[in-house]
Ligand binder design. Structure first.
Ligand code: GLN
Length: 279
């Protein structure tokens, strides 16, 4: 298809899949359903062409369809919110394993964005009492929107709180009571090269983490230590090159034990986990 070639020429990473998903979006069909698509009317062809133009200009696919798939959910996304990534699904898996068998565990997601982590945990561990924290006034509109949509689908409601994950007073009422603190914080080192989709469309507050990318995490560890119950779990996503530095930071903090790093499905270092020390 010509659209595929246009997207490939524009440097889009998966041009064929993106072209098919955009066409499917326009005609209201899945990618598989396109096989039996005979003809598109002029109006649909024009809308498809306009979307391909925007994708060639490196607008994220998910902004054009307005939806992002994450684990079992489809979340609304668009300008102002970080598009959830598949590699973060494993961090959620790890959190769910820590929660298995627990009745009404308290969970906090720091820097929730679209709500992907928080809403997935609420969906897959019914009864979990999940709070999603977001400091970006633009992004939190999307957190709230998606949280409301899940309530409409009968998931356990997730609390959405405007706040900064480095704020020493954040969620004081949960001190020492949280089973799992989980976060995909901003961790990209300032000045690192990122694709245009990311640089131009993901919100800066969701990306940049200071000279080594770990500034926000440095500020967050004490908040997590205060919130967690003794023996509670912390899980933090990080950049490829932080698989040694972040575990070292967590060990050096002093309030955590069993510090481990985990790789993603591509084998790249992706998240660090630890437990709050007892007593
Ligand atoms: N993984 C994201 C990227 O590729 C960065 C996410 C983050 O900083 N939390 O751009």
């Amino acid at each position: 298809m010509e659209a595929t070639r246009r997207l490939a020429d524009a440097g889009v990473e998966s041009p064929r899949v993106d072209a098919e998903l955009l066409l499917g979006h326009v005609v209201g069909r899945s990618r598989a359903g396109l096989v039996t698509l005979d003809d598109v009317d002029d109006d649909a062809a024009a809308r498809f062409g306009a979307l391909v133009d925007q994708r060639a200009d490196r607008v994220p696919l998910q902004h054009l369809t307005g939806r992002a798939a994450f684990r079992h959910l489809e979340l609304s996304v668009g300008p102002g919110v970080f598009v959830p990534r598949p590699e973060t699904e494993l961090l959620v898996e790890w959190a769910l394993e820590r929660l298995a068998g627990l009745d009404g565990p308290i969970v906090v997601d720091l820097g929730s964005g679209s709500g992907a982590i928080a809403l997935s945990i609420a969906h897959e561990h019914p009864g979990a009492r999940v709070t999603a924290v977001e400091r970006d006034p633009g992004a939190i509109e999307w957190t709230r929107h998606n949280a409301l949509e899940r309530v409409g689908k009968k998931d356990t409601p997730v609390g959405v709180v405007a706040g900064d994950m480095t704020d020493a007073a954040l969620l004081g009422e949960l001190d020492g009571r949280v089973e799992v603190v989980v976060s995909n914080p901003p961790y990209v080192p300032d000045g690192a090269r990122v694709p245009r989709e990311v640089a131009d469309h993901d919100p800066p507050l969701a990306l940049w983490g200071g000279p080594d990318g770990l500034d926000v995490v440095r500020g967050m560890l004490s908040v997590a230590a205060r919130l967690l119950r003794p023996g509670g779990y912390l899980g933090i996503e990080h950049a490829d090159q932080q698989g040694t530095a972040l575990p070292a930071l967590v060990r050096a903090h002093g309030a955590f034990t069993e510090v481990e790093d985990h790789v993603d499905l591509a084998g790249r270092p992706r998240f660090t986990t630890a437990r709050r020390t007892e007593g």
